[in-house]
Design a protein around this ligand. Sequence first.
Ligand code: PEP
Length: 254
Amino acid sequence: QVTRKFFVGGNWKCNGTKQSIQELCEAFNAGKNIDSSQVEVVVAPPAPYAMLTRSILRQDFGVALQNCWVGKPGAFTGEVAAEMIKDIGLDYVILGHSERRHLPEIKENDDLVARKTKYAIDKGLTVILCVGELLEEREAGRTREVNERQLAAVKARLDPADWSKVVIAYEPVWAIGTGKVATAAQAQEAHAEIRSWLHRQVSETCASQTRILYGGSVTPENCVELATQPDVDGFLVGGASLKPTFLDIVRTHE
Ligand code: PEP
């Protein structure tokens, strides 16, 4: 039985000011030490605040960006390259978040997410790769198909060894920012399907070692029950990561 290190990500999305981020980091810094052999914690500020966050936040928490460009730096106005994320001392990026996949102003497709994932891994980043179905897809019984389609696009671009640099976040779109959390059973079912896909499509090792996070209206109140599920290896937290009580989610297993 492989033990996968519990992983808690905080996605601050497009929220915050210098002052609010300073205050939040101070609140996080005041929390107890974490046992880094048991849990990995990463927060993702908006890009303009990434260096500030990295410089003031406790060193046992990692810092991620929420997106990056698909290739090398150059004439790509408004974009942030993976090389730059590394250069400022960060090791993670979130890719394929449902807001980037589905907002009509953005509409990233599966292959773009996959190409970004490959490029970011090649530059030394760990990718928090989000997948998940829309409400109408769940209601049509297509959850598994949608997750597998999004993962297959990534598989087509990765070398098998690259999967060790991927943390998957299963985030049903209907649960994100809605207060409608998946039941523990719904999360477990989707996570087990994803793990079985990894086993069949990549390798047994990949299936047993890859962390699969749940995301969608996770709170300090519901995290403990979700974490009892055997294939839930942590969380990607949106709204609740903007509060000092995010630390309670970090300590789910204590
Ligand atoms: C997210 O943005 O990844 C997320 C899960 O948001 P929330 O926790 O607010 O639903």
